[in-house]
Design a protein around this ligand. Structure first.
Ligand code: NAP
Ligand code: ZN
Ligand code: ZN
Length: 352
């Protein structure tokens, strides 16, 4: 029998969030039921709830930075037991057979990754995310949260953390490498912390110098305002790797010009509009422009363990379920220090 849980749903694109009851499926043999403690607010939630990436499924219950406790398990579950501390990120299933799935890169599943919300599972049912009190997920798509990471700070690692960790590993951030993070929001501030923990020399490229003290405290060695044209002349040809987390369109060419010979820019920010680039900026120094999407299950676990071992945690502002609309406005204005996290206990009290 399916069961009902409280959730925050947007009825249509751009509508405010309201507490409603949604159905979760009866746990199958390999499912775990998770009582959610905290869920982070990612800018991707806003893009989708406002239909900025194209047609979306409504009502929508966003949330793909989920942390909580296992409260029930199916008969066939072997990896988790009642009371385990767990997390769920951006996807809840994949085909498990294609080359990407076999390589542990389920986020690039060739049949189509099943996203945690605003998607349909392989049976055709809508998926609903973590702005809710409980979720049912196959154990193979559930992460283990180390004991020394609180649920509130663990939640944002499930998207913001892995989205920066994965390209930093893939493109070899480490000692002797000059890495820039563009945009110091939810993703960007995790990038600064993780890249500096990996031993890279980190530069932040931000709108202004308003968050400079924070950036240096998070481990950056340099901090520049992109509103100052001298940033682009002073740093020209000096950076080995740029990870671009900006949610809006940028003069991408100006940033590519900061790369060394053979340097790479990896885009993780997902603005709705296309970028324009001059190909000559790439060819003149054999530079690369690439993209990266979150990370696979194995790598996400590796990232959680890495952060727990090094005491790396996001900077968060905990809010109640009634504050989500206001929080969205603040994220869009870049007025976030540095991730909003919903205390899901406040939803359980909703008067339904
Ligand atoms: P966020 O907290 O809003 O941070 C984005 C940052 O970009 C802001 O803090 C700001 O940094 C900068 N920025 C915003 N508007 C800008 C503008 N008009 N011009 C220049 N800079 C601007 O968002 P987030 O949650 O980190 O997400 C960032 C983007 O990544 C979103 O598009 C999201 O959908 C995408 N995303 C992608 C993946 C993936 O796997 N590829 C995963 C998660 C999210 P400064 O104030 O420092 O300039
Ligand atoms: Zn996200
Ligand atoms: Zn697959």
């Amino acid at each position: 029998m399916s069961f009902k849980v409280v959730a925050l749903a947007a009825a249509s694109a751009g509508a405010g969030f309201e507490a409603v009851l949604i159905e979760r499926r009866e746990p199958r043999a390999h499912d775990v039921v998770i009582d959610i403690a905290y869920t982070g607010i990612c800018h991707s939630d806003i893009h989708q709830a406002r239909e900025e990436w194209g047609r979306a499924i409504f009502p929508m219950v966003p949330g793909h930075e989920i942390a909580g406790t296992v409260s029930a398990v199916g008969d066939g579950v072997t990896r988790f037991k009642l009371g385990d501390r767990v997390g769920v990120g951006c996807f809840v299933d994949s085909c498990r057979e294609c080359a990407s799935c076999r390589a542990g890169e389920e986020q690039y599943c060739l049949k189509g990754t099943v996203w945690t919300y605003n998607a349909r599972d392989y049976e055709g049912s809508e998926t609903y995310g973590g702005y809710s009190t409980r979720i049912v997920v196959d154990e193979n798509y559930v992460l283990r949260i180390p004991d020394n990471l609180g649920f509130d700070v663990a939640a944002p690692l499930l998207c913001a953390g892995i989205t920066l960790y994965s390209p930093l590993v893939h493109w070899g951030a480490g000692p002797g490498r000059k890495v820039a993070i563009v945009g110091m929001g939810g993703l960007g501030h995790m990038g600064v912390k993780i890249a500096s923990a990996m031993g890279a020399e980190v530069t932040v490229l931000s709108h202004s110098l308003a968050k400079q003290d924070d950036g240096l405290r998070f481990g950056a060695s340099h901090y520049h305002a992109t509103s100052d044209p001298s940033t682009f002349s002073d740093l020209a040809g000096t950076l080995d790797l740029i990870v671009n987390t900006v949610s809006a369109n940028l003069d991408i060419d100006a940033y590519l010009n900061l790369l060394t010979r053979d340097g790479s820019m990896v885009v993780v920010g997902l603005p709705p509009e296309p970028y324009e680039i001059k190909v000559g900026t790439l060819t003149s120094r054999r530079r690369s422009l690439s993209g990266s999407n979150i990370g696979g299950i194995h790598e996400t676990q590796e990232m959680l363990d890495f952060c727990a071992e090094r005491a790396i945690a996001p900077e968060i502002e905990v809010i109640s379920g009634t504050d989500v609309d206001a929080a969205y406005e603040r994220v869009v204005r870049s007025d976030v220090r540095y991730r909003f996290v919903i205390d899901i206990a406040t939803l359980a009290q909703a008067n339904l």
